[in-house]
Design a binder for this molecule. Structure first.
Ligand code: 3PY
Ligand code: MG
Length: 259
């Protein structure tokens, strides 16, 4: 198993820039990997993408330099194991509220004795050809990032970060805004205060802070970097496509309406 540069960067609090896939076609993975993202997360929670499609998306990234990650369907041992067996080099686990839930996520991603991941022959170890090498390296090379998406998670962030094997936390701004009773108001003062709380906890724990910048306005991306986030997800395939299409169309419509 090759070294996972994303996990190495997480542990050193160095920046990595990723993006998000919700469209289950390998061309999307090829296009985004070619664009040069450090990592690409396949969204298993909100897209309907299923396991065989994930494997094809990883194949699209293969050889193009982007590390394949998955935002797993839920904090569940089978959901996490399945994605790793298909070749994900790390998991982003949604809706982790406290240390016990963080420990459950880490355990699912690590082989015994550190965790409860089951051994098998599958895509991640070249169908068993590289069984021994993968089994020896996987716990060190597999990234585990847990999502902070609730008020409870913000309050418990120090305990979550103290869990061994949590390489970083990643704020889901929309669920977080919903948890504060202001869905969609992702930059309202309580949300910005929550971000600062999470950033300070990460600095104290020496672990990485991540943010999904869903609407990729340049100012929002610059602000995320300036605040201190290092694990940054830039938008998602559906949004990048939608925004580019609307923007080009608006330009042409405007041009064609000139007298
Ligand atoms: C959220 O904003 O809740 C997310 O999960 C973004 O990935
Ligand atoms: Mg969410």
């Amino acid at each position: 198993m090759s070294t996972n540069p994303v996990r190495a960067a997480l542990l050193r609090r160095q920046p990595t820039i990723g993006t998000w896939i919700q469209i289950p076609h390998p061309s999307v993975a090829e296009l985004l990997a070619q664009a040069g993202f450090d990592w690409i997360a396949v969204d298993g929670e909100h897209s309907g993408i299923v396991a065989p499609q994930m494997a094809d998306l990883f194949r699209g990234m293969y050889g193009r330099g982007s590390v394949p990650l998955v935002r797993v369907r839920e904090n569940d041992t089978l959901a996490i194991r399945e994605c790793l067996d298909l070749g994900a080099q790390g998991v982003i686990v949604p809706l982790v509220n406290n240390a016990a839930e963080a420990r459950r996520a880490v355990a699912a991603a690590k082989y015994p004795p550190a965790g409860v991941r089951g051994f098998c022959f599958s895509r991640m170890n070249n169908y068993g050809v590289d069984f021994a090498a993968y089994a020896a390296a996987a716990n060190e090379q597999t990234a585990v990032v847990v999502m902070i998406e609730s008020r409870e998670a913000v309050e418990q962030v120090d305990a979550i970060l103290a869990v061994e094997g949590v390489d970083g936390v990643f704020i889901g701004p929309y669920d977080l805004s919903g948890s504060y009773g202001i869905p969609g108001q992702t930059t309202a003062p309580p949300l910005m205060a929550a971000r600062q709380r999470v950033l300070a906890a990460c600095a104290a724990a020496g672990k990485s802070a991540g943010l999904h910048v869903v609407d990729p306005r340049p100012e929002a991306l610059q602000e995320a970097v300036a605040e201190g986030f290092t694990f940054i997800a830039v938008s998602a395939d559906i949004i990048l496509l939608s925004q580019a299409a609307r923007s080009c169309l608006a330009t042409v419509r405007q041009a064609t309406q000139r007298p």
